[in-house]
Ligand binder design. Structure first.
Ligand SMILES: [Zn+2]
Length: 263
């Protein structure tokens, strides 16, 4: 015999629901006594998007069984509200945000690296590999594939809503509140390796004569040995990053300017 529970989803979790179920309480029919996680996913919401579940006003974790008649409120990851007093369904938040990106997000990976974030990306990772690496290395899985986030192995993931890489970058920075963690030009955009400051002598043979005459600061990737200097693209990237901060009221532009001086 079918049972019924009453669900209400909050804030951007409504993105995943059909119009008739957005921003309202609706009935969900089921049989047996499934875990609340399974019911939420059956309604189309990846569990990685969920941070707090209340059943009849009490906070519960994903394994809570629903048997019928309950009122279930489901909330997304909060950035600004302090809900630490109530139980969060996810394990401890990841202390240092590290990412792995699916095969369609190459440009976003480069942008994240440009801002100094650890962003693992290869264009030949399988879905299984992405899920395993995310779990084993505690990396947040970024993807536009809802199905990938439904894999139970994935505990930290985020569904990218935007299509344009620049907007995707703003989305990630804002969603994970990364503004204060930006360390521009500290990581290789090609391979995700960290950059070391090196002297001109160490890289002289790999730098064009024109650059040797005009640039004084050089870095080299620990991973692929690519050499970087403040060339013509540098100012474009600085403008790009400044734009990112200006678009966001929470971004502290003075802080970024200060940090820029230390690059
Ligand atoms: Zn590299």
């Amino acid at each position: 015999m079918a049972s019924v529970a009453y669900f209400r989803f909050y804030a951007e979790l409504n993105d995943f629901l059909p119009p008739a179920k957005k921003q309202v309480t609706f009935a969900c029919f089921f049989s047996g006594s499934p875990a609340v996680k399974d019911l939420i996913e059956s309604l189309g919401i990846p569990h990685t998007e969920v941070d707090l579940i209340l059943v009849n006003g009490e906070s519960v974790d994903f394994s809570c069984r629903i048997s019928g008649g309950e009122q279930v409120s489901v909330y997304p990851v909060f950035e600004s509200l302090d809900i630490s007093a109530i139980l969060q369904v996810r394990p401890e938040p990841l202390r240092e945000p590290r990412f792995i990106l699916d095969t369609h997000l190459g440009r976003l990976a480069s942008y994240l690296r440009m801002l100094g974030f650890d962003a693992l990306y290869r264009n030949d990772y399988t879905d299984q590999a992405l899920a395993e690496i995310s779990a084993n290395e505690h990396r947040i899985l970024l993807t536009r594939d809802r199905g990938l986030l439904k894999r139970s192995l994935v505990t930290h993931g985020y569904l990218i809503r935007y299509q344009h890489p620049r907007q995707q970058l703003e989305e990630v920075i804002s969603r994970f509140d990364l503004y204060n963690l930006v360390k521009p030009f500290s990581r290789c955009m090609q391979c995700n390796g960290l950059l070391d400051r090196v002297s001109l002598q160490e890289v002289r043979s790999r730098v064009p004569k024109r650059v040797r005459e005009n640039c004084t600061q050089f870095s080299r990737c620990q991973g692929c040995s690519q050499v970087y200097w403040k060339g013509t693209h540098y100012q474009e990237m600085v403008n790009f990053i400044e734009g990112l901060f200006e678009n966001n009221s929470r971004g502290n532009n003075n802080q970024w300017r200060h940090r820029q001086e230390n690059i």
